[in-house]
Every structure is written in structure tokens, then in C-alpha cells.
Design a protein. Structure first.
Lengths: 233, 292
């Protein structure tokens, strides 16, 4: 039952190239831009950045590569149950996210002098852990949809679009149309929920509902795409 | 004898390409059957269908008394796919261990590594393997669940002569019912009990390796003779079939050397003679179209 999960965990831990990339970028961005303004809010933005990057580029990119290599076809002819596959990929996706979130948090506490009460830390880290699920699942769906080399590029494009529209990178002011769209994006909603926790009030129910909807839709899509997967090379 | 695989009236198209056209064959328990044919003959499509990786447009497929997908889910089928690959950031031992556990730990990991000749490569990363070594890992994955039925799609493509021999020794030692796809006649001849020849999505011939070899080894002799007599030509040593159009003669010969020698010595007046060789696909398509 847990053999596939275990396999994916060891694999994720050995993937030094991605882990470094997924830690170094958000921590670096935080250290460059985060300490000048409100350092706690910048920390939240960069942890969401790390979660989105880990889920989309780390997890999604990995699945796209497995698919291109033919590993998914190989797995398809073993008795691996669909739900065990999904469980393994979710755990692996979250593992891709944890190092970046941890890195930014450590940088914020040491270099950014962020001080939060124990309760708020717990709430924030819990939010980030659960809130990263939509990104891991979205990454899986993209990795199972986009083909070959275009998959890696497509995933990076989606990631930067979500990061910019969600206000994680860039100026944060948007034309009206984009301003409307961003309310439905997981990056924006996870960041807003994080800001709310740091500010001492609970996250909005609509924001959490949007995140939950993304997780459900992306999870169902990933499962359906996996079931259909067989002829991709 | 019970049939391990029944493949009855199966057709499958991909877009406008007809990959399989009303194909029927059966594989009995304990048999080793070769699917022989050129690229695009429908071999890989047949294997995919028998593994439940694709669904037939028409026809029925039974594997081990159930549907292909179910037989795979029960871990009773092992497969080495032509387009299968190994994951990054893993070692040989990781992959084999996973395969053994996914099949419910029916064998020891060390035993599976040993039978695929991977014991000394167990700690090697999957990205550091040669083509032939990677094939052996895929063979180990296929054998991990002690399958009742083994599918091998072009299994020895990246292997050298020595690895090929070791590979087939391991397959035969397992005693598993095996279906393998190949485009090498010699491989089918050496390792199959029965050969099913496919071309253009159809079964064009089926029989023991020696029957198929005799068909495929036949050569075509073309020449021009003055008023040729088909009956006399057919009586020449080595000649299997005769076609005459005016003065143009086409002979199919199992032993082309003897047939040509006899043409010159006992008939004479031979002009424009040429012999075309054992193109497997050609020979088999001609043979079957001549039979119909």
C-alpha cells in the first residue's frame, strides 16, 4: 500500500537539482526584496511562491518527464492502483513544496526579523501545507496534459502567470479585468489567507473555498488523466 | 490445452490509420509465441491491447480467463514495453524493489535482481545504465510478480549478442507463457514454439518456426523464356510456385541456387535472369496473397 508513496519520497529527496532550485529562488527573492517592506507579508508572498513553484515545476515537471521517458506506461502495466498512484504523487508534491516554504520561513525569522506568536505560526504553516495541495494537483494535471518538451515550458509559463496575477511578483497593481480574474486564482487566495493570519484575523471563507475548489477540480482531472494515460510517449 | 490469450476478430484504428484489421490468434498455456513482422505491422498495438493499455474498436480479447486490464491489476501479467522507460533519481534496486512490492512481494528482491543479471548493478542509478542494462531492469520489473503470462515487445533491441543469449536463457528458464514481438526472423526461429507473422495490421501467416522460415527464405527468380511450360518449370528442383505471363516467368524457389542451375541445364534459352532475395515482408505477403 505504501510502497509507491515510499518510492516517491526517496526519489524526491534525491532530486537535489530541483530541491535547490525550489529553495534558492524564493529565499533569494525574499532576501533581495522582502526585508525592505513589511517583512512578514513578504514572507507570506514568498512561501506561496515556493509552494506554487514546488507544486507546478517540481511535481508537474517531474510527472511530465516520467511520461516522456515511458515510466508511466511501465507503471500502468503493474498492479499499482489508481488511488495509490495519486497518494504517492500528492505526498511527493508536498515534499517538493516543504523545503522552499521552510527556507523562506527560516530566512524571514533570521534575516527579516519576523516575529509571530506560536499560534499564528502554527496556523500559517498549517495553511501553507494544505494550501499547497491545489498546486501539487494542478502540476500533476498539467504534467499529464502537456506533451514532451513543451510540457516544461508550458508549466513554467503557467507558474509565472499565476505568480504575477496572484501578486506574488511584480507591482501588484492590475488592469480591471485581471483584477477580477485574480480573485479566482489559487496563488492570490493562498497569499490573502496568509496575510490575514499574519494580520491576526482568520482567512476569508470564500478564499478557502476557492482553494478547495482548485484542489478538487485539479485532483479529479489528475486522476482522470492518469486513467486515460497510456499512449503518450 | 487452455488458451492463455484469446484475440478474436480484433480491429483497432488510430485516427485514419488502421493498426489492426480483423486479427485473430490464440496463445495456449505454456507456449512461447512470436509476433513477427516489420515496423507498423501491428505487433505493438496487439501487445498494448492484450495489456489493456488500449481498447479494441471491434473484437474481443481475453487474457488468463478475464479482461486484459483486470489480469494486469491482479499482477498476473508481466510486460516489457518497447516504449517503457525508467524514472530519474532512482537506482536499479529502487525500481526493482518497487516492482516486487507492487506485486505483493511474491518474490525476494535479490532473486529478481539475480535472474535479470542485475545483482552487481543494483546500486547503479537508472540514468547511468547502457541501453542493454536498462532493458534488463525492465525485464526484472516484468518478472517481479512471478507472472503467469509475459509480454515482451522487441525485448533485445539494445542488447549485444552475449546479453541476448543470457536474456533468452532467463526467459526460457522461467517457464512462463510468453508472447514476444520481434522483427528478427532468427529470434523468432530460435526462441518461439510458434510464430504469428503480421503485416499491415493483419496476420499473414502462422506456424512453427521451420514452416515460417521455409516460406520467408523463399526467393523470387524472374527471367524470360521462349514459350515457357509451367508444368515443366514446376517440376524443377527447388521450385515452389510458377507464374507465366507470355514469355515472362516468375518462379518462387526454396533453393534458388539449384533452381537456377536446373533452369540453365534442363531448359536453356534463359534471358534477363535475376533473383530477388528473402525480403521477409514481401515473401510472406506474396505467399499469403497467392494462397487466397
Amino acid at each position: 500500500m505504501f510502497s509507491f508513496v515510499r518510492f516517491e519520497v526517496f526519489r524526491a529527496l534525491r532530486n537535489v537539482k530541483y530541491l535547490l532550485f525550489l529553495v534558492v529562488t524564493p529565499v533569494g527573492l525574499y532576501l533581495i526584496y522582502g526585508r525592505t517592506s513589511d517583512s512578514a507579508l513578504a514572507m507570506v508572498a514568498m512561501t506561496v511562491y515556493a509552494a506554487a513553484a514546488g507544486g507546478l515545476i517540481g511535481s508537474g515537471g517531474g510527472v511530465a518527464e516520467d511520461r516522456m521517458r515511458g515510466w508511466l506506461r511501465q507503471l500502468k502495466v503493474t498492479p499499482l492502483a489508481d488511488r495509490h498512484w495519486l497518494a504517492g504523487k500528492i505526498v511527493q508534491g508536498v515534499l517538493m513544496i516543504v523545503p522552499g516554504v521552510a527556507g523562506v520561513t527560516v530566512a524571514a525569522v533570521t534575516a527579516g526579523h519576523v516575529h509571530l506568536s506560536a499560534g499564528r505560526w502554527a496556523a500559517l504553516l498549517g495553511l501553507l501545507l494544505l494550501g499547497s495541495l491545489p498546486f501539487a494537483l494542478l502540476g500533476l494535471s498539467l504534467g499529464l496534459t502537456l506533451k514532451g518538451k513543451s510540457a516544461q515550458i508550458g508549466i513554467v509559463v503557467v507558474f509565472f502567470a499565476l505568480a504575477a496575477l496572484g501578486g506574488l511578483i511584480g507591482s501588484g497593481t492590475m488592469p480591471y479585468a485581471l483584477e477580477q480574474i485574480r480573485h479566482y486564482l489559487p496563488t492570490y487566495n493562498l497569499a490573502q489567507a496568509g496575510f490575514a493570519i499574519v494580520g491576526g484575523h482568520g482567512p476569508s471563507a470564500t478564499g478557502l473555498a476557492v482553494l478547495g475548489a482548485w484542489a478538487l477540480v485539479a485532483g479529479a482531472a489528475a486522476l482522470a488523466l492518469w486513467r486515460r494515460e497510456s499512449h503518450a510517449r | 490445452m487452455t488458451n492463455t490469450v484469446t484475440f478474436t476478430g480484433v480491429s483497432k484504428s488510430y485516427g485514419r490509420v488502421r493498426a489492426l484489421d480483423d486479427v485473430t490468434f490464440h496463445v495456449a498455456q505454456g507456449e512461447t509465441v512470436a509476433l513477427l513482422g516489420p515496423n507498423g505491422a501491428g505487433k505493438s498495438t496487439s501487445v498494448d491491447l492484450m495489456l489493456g493499455l488500449a481498447k479494441p474498436d471491434r473484437g474481443t480479447i481475453g487474457v488468463l480467463g478475464t479482461e486484459p486490464g483486470r489480469a494486469v491489476a491482479q499482477g498476473r501479467v508481466g510486460a516489457m514495453l518497447q516504449s517503457g522507460g525508467l524514472p530519474a533519481d532512482t537506482s536499479v534496486a529502487d525500481v526493482v524493489t518497487l516492482a516486487v512490492r507492487l506485486h505483493g512481494g511474491r518474490r525476494a528482491v535479490a532473486e529478481v535482481l539475480e535472474l535479470a543479471g542485475l545483482t552487481s548493478l543494483a546500486r547503479r542509478g537508472c540514468d547511468e545504465l547502457s541501453g542493454g542494462q536498462a532493458q534488463r531492469v525492465r525485464f526484472a520489473v516484468a518478472m517481479a510478480g512471478q507472472p503467469e503470462l509475459l509480454f515482451l515487445d522487441e525485448p533485445t533491441v539494445a542488447m549485444d549478442v552475449e546479453s541476448r543469449r543470457a536474456f533468452w536463457t532467463a526467459v526460457r528458464a522461467s517457464g512462463t507463457t510468453t508472447v514476444f514481438a520481434t522483427h528478427y526472423l532468427e529470434e523468432a526461429d530460435a526462441h518461439a514454439d510458434r510464430v504469428i507473422v503480421m503485416a499491415g495490421g493483419k496476420v499473414v501467416a502462422s506456424g512453427t518456426p521451420s514452416t515460417i522460415k521455409a516460406m520467408a527464405g523463399a526467393r523470387t527468380i524472374r527471367c524470360v523464356l521462349d514459350s515457357p511450360d509451367p508444368a515443366r518449370l514446376l517440376a524443377l528442383p527447388g521450385v515452389l510456385e510458377v507464374e507465366v505471363h507470355g514469355d515472362d516467368v516468375t518462379l518462387r524457389a526454396g533453393d534458388a541456387d539449384r533452381a537456377v542451375a536446373a533452369l540453365y541445364s534442363s531448359i536453356g534459352g534463359v534471358r534477363d535472369l535475376h533473383v530477388t532475395g528473402a525480403d521477409l515482408e514481401d515473401a510472406l505477403i506474396k505467399l499469403t496473397s497467392a494462397r487466397n
